[in-house]
Design a protein around this ligand. Structure first.
Ligand code: CA
Length: 220
């Protein structure tokens, strides 16, 4: 999944990036409001982490602009400890959740996981289909109870397809959601990752919808 982290405290943003990268996500960083607003408008993120106290343009203004534009990307706002009024403004402006600084990284990660499941057909963090079990909390994958080791891009493709089950996902969309800004995005390599996933997890898990992309069908 692809996440924008808009935070001007460089130490904190690096800490967040590190933690989210460990979860297998592709992370873009923005350190001021203008950059954040631009990236949020132009890149198809699965989640945005937005510090409200950003230089150049503040978080509330940016969030309102995104929502006025019709963006439904889940947004987690970060606020100062005494910023209860900011939290009210942020939630009213269209934020989905908030965390008060300082926070514990495991709580932050758990909140991001919950937000990433929001638009999925199931709220259960464990996805199962045809003997394949994918635990989105640990990233562990098994087939008929036997652990399966995936490479980082294979895991990213599997996670995106599970989180977006029951609809075809094109190779372009997949590449937009597993690579970071400025990465060399070759959508042809997506087909290679899918072939390897089928070898490891069986041919029936990921379906090909001719001309439309790949899908995993889950019982909603
Ligand atoms: Ca700040």
């Amino acid at each position: 999944m692809r996440i924008l982290v808009a935070e001007d405290d460089i130490e904190l943003s690096e800490q967040i990036k590190h933690a989210l990268s460990n979860e297998g996500h592709a992370i873009d960083l923005a350190s001021d409001g203008e950059e954040a607003k631009f990236l949020g408008e132009t890149e198809p993120y699965d989640l945005i982490v937005l510090d409200l106290g950003l230089p150049v343009q503040d978080g509330i203004t940016i969030l309102k602009a995104w929502r006025d534009d019709g963006s439904n990307i889940p947004v987690l706002i970060l606020t100062a400890r005494d910023g209860w009024a900011d939290r009210v403004d942020g939630l009213d402006a269209g934020a989905d959740d908030y965390l008060t600084k300082p926070f514990h990284i495991p709580e932050f990660i758990a909140r991001t996981r919950a937000l990433l499941r929001r638009n999925s057909v199931q709220r259960n963090p464990v996805f199962q289909k045809n003997g394949v079990r994918f635990d989105s909390r640990s990233g562990r994958v098994s087939l008929n109870g036997m652990p399966v080791t995936l490479t980082a891009p294979e895991a990213a493709v599997l996670s995106y397809l599970f989180h977006n089950a029951n609809r075809p996902v094109s190779m372009t969309e997949l590449s937009e959601h597993i690579y970071e800004y400025g990465d060399d995005r070759d959508s042809n390599t997506i087909a290679v990752f899918v072939t390897r996933l089928r070898k490891k997890l069986g041919n029936d898990l990921i379906e090909t919808e001719r001309g439309r992309g790949y899908s995993i069908q889950l019982v909603a």
